[in-house]
Design a protein around this ligand. Structure first.
Ligand code: NDP
Length: 315
């Protein structure tokens, strides 16, 4: 079977992937986009998005992604359901194999596979998804003004989320499984000094309860070897125990940090492989916002077009 060829292949269908598709489509690159594991990306599990510019009344996460998808399709992007399962970026054209068995030969590749927030694995996290459970304080914190929330984790993300939420909520519990915070000293200090934040060291959240949404969490405290179980009323439960960037199949070729985030040339989406770009959360351990992802998708498509032009492969 002969491989399919394309000037621009985009992997991933979050704001980065679709924005890259809009720009690449309008530049006549006839891009192909594979939607990946979670079509529409992380925003499809968010209820209201109020911080994406252009929506004064906010917009539902799935509705926003449907709009971006339709906009990408309007400019000729060939959007396919499917997951990239193997990559050969050893030489150009780059070869990506999808789970339908097709191999695509691409002159340029835009990796926009995102990152997946880690969850504790509790059944209640699924049960209350979108009803009080969130993995993004910047996205959902606003709904908890003057309420009580919990953040799970002891790293920089957890501290940052706890501090952000402390600016909105009346009370924030930081649930930390060890007896210390792993976060940088400055973040630790800010958390410890914030009057609205109470750090619950040596605690694990083991369940949630509530009739029509989260009303509290079940906790397990390690009291010097003895386990103490108790419940604490909360309105929102935020996970901040890390993200896993979806970079596994590309990692042998591109440069990644120790967590797996793809490292790009500062300020650009360029990876160390010419014509291979990384956009959105897969290359962003810091901001991880829909709008920053969209912006980097735009940059990636512009760079792809430039690369094709410079290498004489545009036509
Ligand atoms: P980290 O891996 O640094 O921290 C994860 C935290 O979650 C740890 O405290 C860990 O506990 C805890 N954890 C993990 N699994 C569980 C579990 N199953 N139950 C309970 N707790 C759990 O992830 P971050 O997302 O915080 O940070 C990732 C990287 O990004 C880091 O290098 C960080 O410094 C960086 N970062 C930088 C920022 C900045 O500079 N502004 C902002 C945010 C992140 P334990 O300690 O026990 O393992």
């Amino acid at each position: 079977m002969e491989n399919e060829k394309t000037k621009c292949l985009i992997i991933g269908s979050g704001p980065a992937g679709y924005t890259a598709a809009i720009y690449a489509g309008r530049a006549n690159l006839s891009p192909i986009l594979y939607e990946g594991l979670q079509p529409g990306g992380q925003l499809t599990i968010t209820t209201d998005v109020e911080n994406f510019p252009g929506y004064p009344q906010g917009v539902g996460g799935p509705a926003l992604m449907d709009d971006l998808r339709a906009q990408a399709a309007r400019f000729g992007c060939d959007i396919r359901a499917g997951i990239a399962v193997a990559a050969d970026l050893g030489k150009r054209p780059y070869r990506i194999t999808a789970d339908d068995g097709k191999t695509i030969e691409a002159e340029t590749l835009i990796i926009a596979t995102g990152a997946t927030a880690k969850y504790l694995g509790l059944e209640d996290e699924q049960k209350y998804a979108g009803m009080g459970v969130s993995a993004c304080a910047t996205c959902d914190g606003f709904f908890y003004r003057n309420k009580t929330v919990a953040v799970v984790g002891g790293g920089d993300t957890a501290c940052e989320e706890a501090l952000y939420l402390a600016g909105l909520a009346k009370k924030v519990y930081l649930v930390v499984r060890k007896d210390y915070l792993r976060a940088s000293k400055i973040m630790q200090q800010r958390v410890m000094e914030n009057e609205r934040i109470t750090v619950l060291f040596k605690h694990n959240a083991v369940g949630l309860y509530g009739e029509n949404g989260v009303e509290g969490m079940h906790l397990l405290e390690d009291k010097g070897g003895e386990e103490h179980r108790y419940d604490l009323p909360i309105d929102g439960f935020f996970l901040a125990i890390g993200h896993k960037p979806n970079s596994d199949i590309f990692a042998p070729y591109v440069e990644t940090d120790k967590t797996g985030y793809i490292i790009t040339e500062p300020g650009t989406p360029k990876t160390r492989i010419p014509g291979v770009f990384a956009a959105g959360d897969v290359a962003d351990p810091v901001y991880r916002q829909a709008i920053t992802a969209a912006a980097s998708g735009c940059k990636a498509a512009i760079e792809a077009e430039r690369f094709l032009s410079e290498t004489g492969s545009l036509h």
